[in-house]
Design a protein around this ligand. Structure first.
Ligand SMILES: Cc1cc2nc3c(=O)[nH]c(=O)nc-3n(C[C@H](O)[C@H](O)[C@H](O)COP(=O)(O)O)c2cc1C
Length: 201
């Protein structure tokens, strides 16, 4: 009898710890999502290769249509390349302060055929968001700077980075350590939500 009681108590303890751990984990994930913000100013501190590799691991964990993974990531930690891109892309001038960058590209040789081809944009966008969230969780700051579908920007990146024509850049993500200047914006609003059918507010 004593043994059964002990067993029951231990089972109860184990399950309540697991619930607490799960709650803490989901709290942390939610906190990270809500804390993410575009970061355009960076501390003068090196971003290590391993940190970039962690971001790339997060990127490739993203979902993609038919699991095609039609992406390729160009990691940059070369000062000259960062400065050159900063001077050519007025929307990504912060590259001149960033310690690194990742160019998220679609690989048209891996993109789906026919009507599904444009899914590459959504696949690469999911990968981009994973990078931004992973950066936030590490104390790094990052910002999505748009390239595709702006032809001029696509051409600049293809030329400067010597990309073959089947590699199409979606965005450039400048990366550096956060200074604390940027804060997350409050964007939640009931106005953007409909429950069930359109009229059923
Ligand atoms: C498709 C896309 C393109 C963007 N392009 C740029 C850009 O070229 N330059 C820039 O500074 N920020 C760019 N942003 C970042 C947005 O300005 C930013 O996400 C928005 O203001 C909301 O702020 P938050 O990211 O801090 O929540 C882009 C974001 C997205 C999703």
């Amino acid at each position: 009898m004593k043994l059964i009681k002990l067993l029951l108590i231990s089972l109860l303890l184990i399950s309540s710890t697991t619930i607490a751990q799960n709650t803490n984990k989901s709290d942390e994930v939610m906190k990270n999502i809500l804390e993410r913000k575009s970061v355009r100013t960076y501390a003068n501190k090196k971003v290590e290769k391993e940190d970039i590799e962690t971001l790339l691991r997060a990127a490739m964990a993203a979902p993609s249509a038919v699991n095609a993974q039609p992406w390729v990531f160009i990691a940059i930690d070369d000062r000259q390349i960062l400065d050159n891109l900063a001077s050519q892309l007025p929307n990504a001038k912060m590259l001149s302060q960033a310690q690194a960058a990742i160019i998220v590209c679609g690989n048209m040789e891996k993109a789906l055929q026919g009507e599904g081809r444009e899914y590459w944009v959504q696949d690469c966008s999911a990968a981009t968001q994973n990078i931004l969230l992973a950066a936030e969780s590490m104390g790094l700051g990052a910002v999505w700077t748009g390239v595709y579908p702006k032809k001029e920007r696509v051409n600049i990146i293809q030329t400067e980075m010597l990309l073959p024509s089947h590699i199409v850049p979606l965005c450039v993500i400048p990366i550096g350590w956060q200074t604390g200047k940027e804060k997350p914006k409050q964007k939640y609003t009931e106005e953007n939500i409909r429950w069930n059918k359109w009229e059923d507010k």
